[in-house]
Write a protein that binds this ligand. Structure first.
Ligand code: DHE
Length: 515
């Protein structure tokens, strides 16, 4: 009788709920990116501590429809709605325990390669300043390219899921590479050999090298810390808990080096604050033009008590997590959370000084700048709109909007080329690469080297003569273009190559490269 009162569709729902096994759905569909322990891998950690802060669409919607501008695919066609609901509940269940990840735990993971022997000079004939590293995400390797002959000098294994730019020591000899699950690898370019590894976080964002090359900062989501490592031996120097002025723990969106300031600049993801951390114990703790006297007293007090790694807090109206810095590192421009505005912060006075309309989620981290008509301009792609914005960094006005064939991810140029290159990462035209004149701001050519394939991210050789472009596919390639004639000169097979990084361009902060 009761049974007859339950509708057929409710029965199906009950049956599938009873059948739902979120742990095995997780293992089958999510673990390869988010880690078997849910502590993150290519994808972020999926635990309440981080998901509770997820703004915007709820978790079920993200699982069903994926997440724009990330690698998160849609599962609506793979899992029935009831199983997605059960999976979302499962992800909101706390782990039995989250491992502590302080100095001792980090130090315990440190591994120095016993086979490593430091060479007195490069073990190859190539120009060590014209080496380009290619991150091959297809099989988690890095290829070391001779920038003159394009010969692969070495191909070494990296930790799983490298993200963001590797950071070179100021002399260009060593490079540090970070994976999304917090491993930092040190590699000696002269010796063509790995030096060692350490797990600096459980889920990490990016790394930054101090101006003197002695310290490496690792921005973490999990735990909510900034790990400071010695570049010499990967030893832990400090694990800084990231607690906002209001006493709340925050993830770190990203950390960058500010060379002229001898500091690291951090973006807090969950609090409206930017932090500046001194990397020189003798650095002036208060910067020229600083006007908030209360803050000045606080900074002086912190600096005198902490010396190295003294921290300064800059309060802003809302969290900003994607930054571009002016060349003198006086200003940063960040994207607002609504993805509609750029917010300019004067780092000297420690406050917001301008706002400009940048709808369509500007990707300011990929911004580059150059001189045009005697003024410094910058360009940024937009993750959600088929356009590039050109901004005057003197009065913060939008000079021009360039229409493209789709939203892009990366921009690159070089001081010796009249063009900048912009990919079309998203949408049907992901196989296009625009080449744009830096003075006329017109697209001079759109390259399509591999119809249908994703073509993205550019790096130049040291002299700017050649541009290297990724065919971002598992069976992909790096294509070498003559940067003047825009003709293809070489094609090097690679496994899903992503970013490429030239030693010279990076250590000299070449004009066409992002930080
Ligand atoms: Fe990145 C750099 C954040 C997704 C490939 N990416 C960066 C940096 C940040 C960042 C903060 C600068 C770090 C640095 O170099 O020190 N990336 C984010 C995101 O928030 C976002 C949108 C979401 C996420 O999943 O974290 C994101 N990024 C991606 C991808 O999906 C990409 C295309 C593929 C991948 O490898 O994950 C990707 N990001 C890159 C690359 C760089 C990068 C190749 C370095 C660019 C450079 O030229 O320096």
């Amino acid at each position: 009788m009761i049974r007859r009162m339950i509708s057929a569709s409710s029965l199906v729902l009950l049956a599938s709920l009873a059948a739902a096994d979120p742990a095995s759905d997780y293992a089958e569909n999510c673990a390869s990116c988010h880690g078997e322990d849910r502590l993150g891998g290519t994808g972020p950690a999926l635990i309440p501590e981080t998901l509770g802060r997820m703004r915007g669409p709820n978790l079920e919607a993200v699982i069903s429809h994926g997440r724009a501008a990330t690698q998160m695919p849609a599962f609506a066609d793979v899992l029935p709605a009831e199983q997605i609901t059960a999976l979302a509940d499962y992800l909101h269940t706390p782990l039995d325990s989250i491992p502590d990840w302080g100095p001792d735990q980090i130090a315990a993971t440190r591994w120095l390669d016993p086979g490593y022997v430091a060479a007195d000079e490069p073990v190859f004939d190539a120009d060590p300043m014209n080496i380009t590293l290619v991150v091959e995400t297809g099989d988690h390797h890095v290829s070391v390219l001779d920038g003159d002959t394009f010969e692969v000098l070495d191909r070494f294994e990296t930790p799983f899921a490298v993200h963001g730019g590797p950071k070179f020591s100021p002399d260009g000899r060593f490079v540090f590479i970070m994976s999304r699950d917090g491993w930092v690898q040190k590699y000696d370019i002269w010796s063509l050999h790995q030096v060692g590894r350490v797990r600096a976080g459980l889920n990490s964002r990016n790394i930054a090298m101090s101006n003197d090359g002695m310290h490496l900062a690792v921005a973490n989501y999990l735990p909510m810390t900034l790990t400071l490592l010695s570049t010499e031996d990967l030893g832990v120097e400090r694990v800084m808990e990231v607690i906002s002025k209001d006493g709340l723990a925050s993830r770190v969106s990203a950390v960058y080096q500010a060379p002229q300031r001898d500091s690291f600049i951090l973006a807090l993801k969950d609090a409206p604050e930017i932090w500046e951390v001194a990397t020189d114990p003798n650095a002036e703790p208060v910067y020229e033009g600083f006007i908030h006297s209360q803050e000045k007293d606080m900074i002086e007090a912190i600096a005198s008590s902490e010396g190295l790694f003294a921290r300064r807090r800059i309060e802003i109206a809302e969290p900003l997590d994607d930054f571009f810095f002016t060349d003198d590192y006086r200003f940063l421009i960040g994207a607002s959370r609504d993805g509609e505005r750029g917010v300019v912060v004067n780092l000297n006075v420690g406050r917001e000084v301008a706002e400009l309309p940048l709808p369509g989620m500007p990707h300011l981290g990929s911004g580059i700048s150059w001189e045009k008509d005697g003024r410094r301009v910058m360009a940024t792609p937009h993750l959600k709109e088929a356009k590039l914005s050109i901004i005057d960094t003197e009065d913060w006005s939008v000079l021009k909007t360039i229409d493209t064939e789709g939203p892009g991810f990366f921009l690159r140029s070089h001081e010796n080329t009249p063009y900048f290159w912009a990919d079309v990462f998203f949408g049907p035209n992901k196989d296009a690469m625009h080449v744009i004149d830096k003075q006329s701001l017109e697209i001079v050519k759109t390259l399509r080297p591999e119809p249908g394939a994703t073509v993205a991210h550019v790096e130049f050789t040291r002299d700017g003569r050649y541009a290297l472009v990724s065919v971002w596919e598992d069976d992909g390639a790096v294509i070498v273009y003559d940067a003047e004639t825009l003709e293809e000169v070489r094609r090097l097979p690679m496994r899903k190559p992503s970013g490429k990084y030239n030693v010279w361009n990076k250590i000299t902060f070449s004009e066409g490269t992002s930080h």
